[in-house]
Write a protein that binds this ligand. Structure first.
Ligand SMILES: Nc1ncnc2c1ncn2[C@@H]1O[C@H](COP(=O)(O)OP(=O)(O)O)[C@@H](O)[C@H]1O
Ligand SMILES: CC(=O)N[C@@H](CCC(=O)OP(=O)(O)O)C(=O)O
Length: 260
C-alpha cells in the first residue's frame, strides 16, 4: 500500500495578511505525516510592482513576466515570502526546506512559447518536470519542502510559474509513489455558488458540474485554472483534491472534487 502524502497550496490572499499566514502555518505544523507546502503570492507581488511604478499584467490567470517583473517576483517569491514561510515553520518545529525549482534541479520548466501572447519569462511544467526521487529523499529525511513559484530552464534562466500548476504537477509526479491528497487553500470557504456569500459552498464538484458551473458564470477568474489543475490531478491518479479556507483545514466546510 502507498504511504500518504499531503500537499497544501496557499495563495496570495493568505500570504498577504500576516495574522492569517501565521495561523495557517500553525495549522499546517499540526498536520501529521509527510507533507509539502507550495505558496503563491501573486497579490503581494502585484502590489510591490505597482509601488515600483510597473503595472502588473495578467492574462488567463498568468502574469506577463518581462525582465523587470522577473526580478521583482524572484525577490518577492523566492526571497522574502519563501524565507518568511520557512522561518515561520522552523519556529513551529517543522524542519522546512525552502526551494525554487533551480535548487537541486528539483523542477525544470520550459519557457512558454510565444503564440498570440508573449508571456515573457513564464515557465510551463507538468509531472515530468519534477525530480520526484529527490523530493522523496527530502521527505524520508523528515524535511518539509516549501516550494515558491520560481523555476529554471536548466540553461541558467529563471522562470515564473503559476503556483496552482506547481502544486498539481507535484501531486501528479508524487502519486506514483504516494497516496496524495492535494489541498488548495485560499481566503474563501471553498468553491461558492455566490462568490460574495462565504456560506454558499458547493460540497462536491464533478467534471459535469464543473462544465455547467462554468457556463453559468458561477466559476470564473482565478478559480478556472485552479479547477482545471485540480481535475487534471484527479484524472491522473491523485487520490483526493480539496478546495478550502486556509484557516479551516480541519473543518467540514470545503469543496471536494470527484471524477463522478
Ligand atoms: N465560484 C467561486 N468560488 C470561489 N471563488 C471564486 C469563484 N469564482 C471565482 N472565484 C475567485 O477565485 C479566486 C481564487 O483564485 P486566485 O485569486 O487565483 O486564488 P489564489 O491566489 O489563492 O491562487 C477567489 O478569490 C475568487 O475571487
Ligand atoms: C506565471 C504566473 O502567473 N505566476 C504567478 C505566481 C504566483 C502565484 O501563482 O500566486 P497565487 O497563487 O497567489 O495566485 C504570478 O506571478 O502571479
Amino acid at each position: 500500500m502507498k504511504s500518504q502524502l499531503k500537499i497544501f497550496k496557499i495563495g496570495g490572499g493568505i500570504i498577504d495578511h500576516e495574522p492569517d499566514l501565521l495561523e495557517f502555518l500553525r495549522l499546517f505544523s499540526e498536520v501529521s505525516g509527510p507533507k509539502i507546502l507550495v505558496h503563491g503570492g501573486g497579490k503581494g507581488a502585484s502590489e510591490m510592482m505597482t509601488n515600483l511604478g510597473i503595472a502588473p499584467q495578467m492574462v488567463n490567470g498568468r502574469r506577463i513576466t518581462d525582465a523587470a517583473t522577473l526580478d521583482i517576483v524572484t525577490m518577492f517569491y523566492a526571497g522574502k515570502t519563501n524565507k518568511q514561510v520557512v522561518a515561520g515553520l522552523q519556529k513551529l518545529g517543522v524542519n522546512a526546506l525552502g526551494l525554487s525549482g533551480a535548487d537541486g534541479n528539483v523542477i525544470q520548466a520550459v519557457k512558454r512559447p510565444v503564440r498570440e501572447i508573449d508571456y515573457g519569462f513564464v515557465g510551463d511544467l507538468d509531472e515530468t518536470s519534477i525530480n520526484a526521487s529527490l523530493i522523496h529523499q527530502f521527505l524520508e529525511l523528515g524535511l518539509t519542502p516549501v516550494f515558491c513559484p520560481i523555476n529554471h530552464d536548466g540553461h541558467g534562466q529563471l522562470l515564473n510559474t503559476n503556483a496552482d500548476t506547481i502544486a498539481a504537477s507535484l501531486a501528479k509526479a508524487l502519486s506514483q509513489q504516494y497516496a496524495v491528497e492535494l489541498h488548495f487553500c485560499f481566503e474563501k470557504n471553498g468553491v461558492l455558488t455566490d462568490v460574495n456569500d462565504n456560506q454558499s459552498v458547493i460540497p462536491k464538484i464533478t467534471p459535469v458540474n464543473y462544465t455547467e458551473l462554468k457556463e453559468q458564470g458561477i466559476i470564473a477568474a482565478g478559480m478556472l485554472p485552479k479547477l482545471e489543475n485540480a481535475f487534471d490531478a484527479l484524472n491522473y491518479g491523485v487520490e483526493k483534491v480539496i478546495i478550502e479556507h486556509a484557516l479551516h483545514i480541519n473543518g467540514t466546510l470545503k469543496t471536494e472534487l470527484c471524477m463522478n
